[in-house]
Design a protein around this ligand. Sequence first.
Ligand code: ADP
Ligand code: MG
Length: 301
Amino acid sequence: MKTENLLNNYDEAALKHSYYDACSNKDFKKYLDTLDINEEVLMKYTSTLEDSFLEYNNCLNCKGLDKCPNNIKGYQYMPTENKGLLIFSYERCLKQHQADEDNAYKENLELFEMPKNIKEANFKDIYKDDKNRVPIIKYFKDFMSSYFKNENPKGLYLTGSFGSGKTYLIASLFNEMAKKKVKSTLIYFPEFLRSLKASFNSNYSEKFDYIKKSPLLLLDDIGAENCSNWSRDEVLGPILQYRMENNLPTFFTSNLTLEELEKSLAITSSAFDKVKARRIIERIKQLTNTLELVSKNRRES
Ligand code: ADP
Ligand code: MG
């Protein structure tokens, strides 16, 4: 017999030996049976299969994604067979797929310059210690039932002090609506104006149209922007006009009351500006009911 063949026979015997040795662990053997792969193939990969068995076991005893002990959280190291060879790769686990499904509704929320964690806001987590929130939550519940009866409910102009939780509250409503497949857009208005201005030569009208037509819209922190003729007459005015004509629910948060907002929109306070500011306020009044959120500052810093 040639030396090469001798070596091959020896290798094969060693592989077989370590394979059957490993299979004396009944659970490991059971795991291999679930794979439905020929033993001739399996025995070439005993130690890698043992690694994947460890991860398989971790998954069987899953204590939730955040406690996943696998090499890559939420993934399982698994073999697949291809022409007599095993290929090992990290596959997303069932819990991950479930999480993907659970999070799919977030696709219905579009954010412009808003903190990402706003997508986690929900009714369940709204602070219950503060009775000032009760009328707002009641408004949301009525809003939802009325929306789904096609009664064209009005949005909300939510005014109140900095950090009281205005943005969070409206975001929680939009998240609940997203779970019911209603799309919404939340824009941080001052920053949105800057980015809209910067897109004059590119996708300006696309951006503008998107906002204008969004089924639900939040203009967040209106009144905090540097108001100009352009932002008032070319942006805010037409957006509100369109949304009024098409019964599209529109929400606002602001540190300013409507009276204060009117003053800030009357930029130069000339008679001309006063009329324009008034017109914006009239549109906001048509689109919304006003509620005030008086509460302590919830921001950490
Ligand atoms: P505002 O828009 O009135 O300035 P925010 O909505 O940004 O206030 O809230 C301030 C902070 O408090 C944010 O970090 C927000 O995530 C948090 N927060 C506010 N209300 C709640 C709530 N009901 N549950 C959990 N966190 C909240
Ligand atoms: Mg805010």
